[in-house]
Design a protein around this ligand. Structure first.
Ligand code: IMP
Ligand code: MG
Length: 184
């Protein structure tokens, strides 16, 4: 009974199903747990897009750590980058001498992460790394090093598992490619 999930209905096709995502998330968590053994790990969730990824990832991390949140914006309500990064919600604590791991949903042009890492570096953390679920490598404009990448994906607009279009579609366990007629 009832309709199929609206995110699935508005997707051209599903790019990454739940099982594929969870398997990769567990691998990343294992690697992070090993790399940050004996460090002061502070994992920073970049709201809102990485909310699903962040909670799934951090549940699998097995070492002591702190969870922090930040909200930055580089997009308006459309589907292409404006190039501006604005801090909407900042970290509440000092990150000096902490090992900061930025957890982001997707890196596209790289402008958001480029500007964000420059800003956080000025606060003198012991280290600063980036973990991204998705990487649209061919769209890169700004130079950044992404230390942990879940999946490299083609240049398509994706939704679900935290990723939105115009604020919708975040609440789904899979990642789909948004139907073109819905944004063109
Ligand atoms: P960048 O500054 O161009 O790298 O943009 C990164 C941000 O753009 C991400 O954190 C997302 O919020 C958004 N974004 C880029 N590509 C997509 C997509 O395919 N679906 C949903 N959001 C996207
Ligand atoms: Mg985002």
């Amino acid at each position: 009974m009832g309709r199929t999930h609206y995110v699935r209905e508005d997707s051209e096709r599903i790019l990454l199903d739940q099982e594929t995502i969870m398997k990769r998330v567990a691998e990343l968590a294992k690697q992070i747990s090993a790399d940050y053994e004996n460090k002061n790990l502070v994992a920073v969730c970049i709201l809102k897009g990485s909310v699903m990824f962040f909670s799934d990832l951090m549940k699998e991390v097995t070492i002591p750590c702190e969870l922090e949140f930040m909200s930055v914006s580089s997009y308006g309500s459309g589907s292409s980058s404006s190039g501006n990064v604005k801090i909407k919600y900042d970290l509440q604590d000092d990150i000096r001498d902490k090992d900061i791991l930025i957890v982001e949903d997707i890196v596209d042009s790289g402008i958001t992460l480029h500007n964000l890492t420059n800003l956080l570096k000025q606060r003198n953390p012991a280290s600063l790394k980036i973990c991204c679920l998705l990487d649209k490598k061919e769209r890169r404009v700004a130079e950044i090093d992404v230390d942990y990448v879940g999946f490299e994906i083609p240049d398509e607009f994706v939704i679900g598992y935290g990723l939105d279009f115009d604020g919708k579609y975040r609440n789904y366990g899979e990642i789909g490619i948004l139907k073109r007629e819905l944004y063109e």
